[in-house]
Design a protein around this ligand. Structure first.
Ligand code: HEC
Length: 256
């Protein structure tokens, strides 16, 4: 605020609140000189000094040149000498698959194949209606040759399962099974739902496929199974905890 005293004071009046150019602009019929007057800026909004812009520009220019110098600023030349060859990693390139116990491997594969059976015999193995159960069935847990014949050729006509006589038809659901698939599904149903029979190896299943081929592709009957196939398939037994390579199904030699 301008007081009469400050009129004679040459220092700027910091308390002055009047914006002169605005005040002049507000006056009607202001002379053209008013329009040419430089308007005042709010505190802190004044234009930046040209010098400051110039100095900043030089700093950026020099900084960029240092960093961009052939990558030497961020380079690894200090750490990696010329002709350095990277050493061999102590980690093995190929991580071998974890061996799986024979029973677990057969059951795992067998459970997959059992999808072809579950629509009739149910995932519980209990069957139902015209479909006989596999849980607690002597056809499943008994001699392996007759079981293989049922799966590979199908079965029809009267068949007694766990005290009940069924008289239906099962097509050759497993006709396309190879030795591994047949062994796996046989092992799966022989060791699931409380069934506790021996596992079936792919070698045994291979024998079964030969026998099956020799007899022809007709569905079997309970009568024929009892008469001709009530045997165990030939082949060496495999201890359930034998470690197998999950890829090749070959036993893994004991670790050195
Ligand atoms: C389309 C329905 C159907 C499918 C799928 C089917 N079955 Fe059967 N299965 C039957 C019928 C029906 C019988 C009884 C046949 C008879 O009365 O002679 C039977 C009987 C059996 C028997 C002998 C009786 C018993 O219950 O133990 C076995 C073992 C068997 N099936 C296993 C399998 C396996 C393993 C698969 C899958 C690979 C399979 N079945 C798929 C319908 C089916």
């Amino acid at each position: 605020m301008a007081t009469s005293e400050s009129k004679h004071d040459l220092r700027p009046d910091l308390n002055e609140t009047i914006n002169v150019s605005e005040a002049h602009a507000a006056i009607k019929d202001a002379p053209p000189a008013v329009g040419r007057e430089k308007s005042l800026r709010e505190n802190g909004m004044e234009a930046v000094s040209l010098w400051l812009i110039l100095v900043s520009g030089i700093v950026v220019l020099v900084g960029g040149a240092v960093m961009g110098q052939g990558g030497s600023f961020f380079g690894y030349n200090e750490l990696v000498k010329d002709g350095y060859v990277r050493g061999k990693s102590p980690v093995k390139e190929e991580v071998p698959l974890q061996p799986i116990p024979a029973l677990a491997l057969l059951q795992k594969e067998g459970q997959k194949q059992y999808a072809a059976c579950a629509s009739c015999h149910q995932s519980s193995g209990m069957g139902g209606g015209e479909f006989p159960p596999l849980a607690g069935s002597e056809w499943v847990t008994g001699n392996t040759e007759k079981l293989a014949m049922i799966i590979h050729n199908g079965v029809g006509g009267p068949i007694e399962v766990a005290g009940t006589t069924y008289n239906g038809n099962m097509a050759a659901i497993g006709a396309n099974f190879g030795p591994k698939e047949l062994a796996a599904v046989m092992t799966y149903i022989r060791t699931s739902w409380g069934n506790n029979a021996s596992l079936v190896t792919p070698e045994m299943a291979e024998e079964a496929l030969k026998i099956s081929k020799a007899r022809g592709g007709m569905p079997t009957t309970a009568e024929e199974l009892k008469k001709n196939h009530d045997k165990m398939l030939p082949g060496d037994n495999l201890a359930p905890d034998t470690l197998l390579d999950p890829e090749t199904w070959e036993p893994i030699p004991a670790a050195e």
